[in-house]
Design a protein around this ligand. Structure first.
Ligand code: ADP
Ligand code: MG
Length: 261
């Protein structure tokens, strides 16, 4: 586990949380076969929130994140994303996926496509965006993540940190309203972690609703408005970062924090 300090000043005053709900999860349960992986999850996320999800390995963090864009199916309870309930109706899934961007530990870029092609593929083929417009949008977001000069290279020619920033830019090209991050810096060398966190901070400052599974507790302290602690498939505790770190309530949270801080 790492605790990289986020040295960049964070403008939290720009990060406004709205009264409107972005994601509502109620009494949600999921099983893998007979294994009860998520137990009675209740979570309401308002627009503009930056939520960090922490917890030991195997506690269900990735599964929960993946249920929100239905890379995994839940079996009971409700998940409503931006007003659309996730059901087995494929029409809903397409709508939700187009509103929810996701960024993984392993960047999952297409190795045989250039950076620019990685960023324009889904807008052109899924969104039916005209090619010229898709390229302009891609260049806009590649500028934002500070690598427009890499546009015509292939993923293998970039560093890990650069590839992860491309992955973020690629998600942004679909104009998502919510971004899900699943340990986006865990596969990176320490010197590259900061550049990816800086990109995430910038997104937060622009008001993006974000759920981030991360072990970067410096990021959690500075950027999150809420930290959620999961263990054994349950949300055990949640609080604003200051309270969460200084005054954890449950023994499981205390034990977890004593191991990572
Ligand atoms: P975390 O992200 O917190 O490490 P995961 O959500 O990846 O946890 O996994 C939660 C639990 O579910 C773990 O015990 C894991 O082994 C199990 N699990 C994850 N994916 C699958 C799967 N596809 N099939 C069966 N079990 C799985
Ligand atoms: Mg995980």
């Amino acid at each position: 586990m790492t605790n990289t300090a986020v040295e960049t000043p964070v403008n939290t005053s720009a990060m406004k949380v709205s009264d409107e709900v972005a994601i509502e999860i109620s009494n949600m349960n999921k099983w893998y076969g007979s294994f009860h992986v998520l137990r009675d999850i209740n979570l309401t996320v308002n627009k503009g929130e930056r939520i960090v999800i922490a917890g030991p390995s195997g506690s269900g963090k990735s599964t929960m994140i993946r249920c929100i864009n239905r890379l995994e199916e839940h079996q009971s309870g409700k998940i409503i994303v931006d007003g659309t309930e996730l059901t087995s109706d494929l029409k809903n899934i397409d709508k939700v996926r187009s509103e929810v961007g996701m960024c993984f530990q392993h960047f999952n870029l297409f190795p045989h496509l250039t950076i620019l092609e990685n960023c324009t593929l889904a807008p052109i083929w899924v969104r039916k965006t005209p090619k010229k417009e898709a390229i302009e949008t891609a260049m806009y977001f590649l500028e934002k993540v500070k690598i427009p000069d890499q546009a015509n290279k292939y993923p293998g020619q970039l560093s890990g940190g650069q590839q992860q920033r491309v992955a973020i830019a690629r998600s942004l090209c679909m104009k998502p309203r919510i971004m899900l991050f699943d340990e986006p810096t865990s596969a990176l060398d320490p010197e590259m972690i900061k550049e990816v966190l800086d990109t995430m901070i910038q997104l937060a400052e622009e008001g993006m609703t974000m759920l981030c599974v991360t072990h970067e507790m410096g990021f959690a302290r500075q950027v999150a408005n809420r930290v959620i602690f999961m263990d054994q498939g349950q949300i055990v505790e949640q609080n604003e970062p200051e309270e969460f770190f200084n005054n954890p309530r449950s023994e499981r949270t205390k034990l977890f924090l004593s191991q990572i801080l």
